[in-house]
Design a protein around this ligand. Structure first.
Ligand code: IMP
Length: 183
């Protein structure tokens, strides 16, 4: 098994958690739901983690679609609610549109809560939240995706667009990061 080193020089390995094929099966189901529910759709991918999920999913959607990307960073400030900083703004207006927000992982839920709050102020017709992964045990916010493909335990994962220190986004499968002390 290959050993990698993080920015602090600590070794780690990667173990497959969810295979590419399993992801395809689930994204087929998501696409079917979207195709049945809407006449047309505007998809917003939250960068960077959702970009691979986005490219796979849109090729399974058969209704007319447009897409856009947004980059936000959530952090806890001095207030417990935290806030979201927009790193990349949307290019298109969303007023009156049925939109789908694509997220890679819902962890504490802060990114989602704040992003939805912000986008609601722009009066879309509807918002559906689709997340590839869900870590319910980590939730601090009263929020969840409308559709989550996989529920995972409290593990740090990479691959299929998701990174650790900006690495491993290119992996086909979703893998968990294992440090030797974790066994
Ligand atoms: P939240 O605001 O706590 O829900 O954080 C969600 C964001 O944290 C995700 O969009 C990811 O960018 C990042 N994140 C959470 N868990 C992981 C992980 O296991 N691997 C990589 N990034 C993660």
């Amino acid at each position: 098994m290959k050993t990698y080193y993080n920015n602090n020089g600590n070794p780690y390995t990667l173990e497959t958690l969810i295979s590419f094929d399993a992801i395809q099966t689930e994204s087929d189901k998501v696409a079917r739901t979207i195709n049945e529910k809407y006449e047309k759709i505007h998809i917003i991918g939250l960068l960077k983690g959702s970009f691979v999920f986005m490219t796979d999913l849109i090729r399974k959607i058969t209704i007319p679609l447009t897409l856009d990307f947004m980059a936000v960073s959530s952090y806890e400030g001095t207030e417990s609610t935290g806030e979201v900083k927009i790193l990349k703004e949307l290019n298109e207006p969303i007023g009156g549109k049925d939109i789908i927000i694509l997220e890679d992982i819902v962890d504490t839920g802060l990114t989602l809560v704040k992003t939805v709050e912000l986008l609601k102020t722009r009066s879309p017709k509807s918002i559906m939240i689709v997340s590839l992964l869900d870590k319910p045990s980590r939730r601090t916010q009263d929020s969840s995706a409308d559709v989550a493909c996989f529920e995972i335990p409290d593990e740090f994962v990479v691959g299929y667009g998701i990174d650790y220190e900006q690495r491993h986004r290119e992996l086909k499968d979703i893998c968990k990061v294992v440090f030797p002390s974790q066994g």
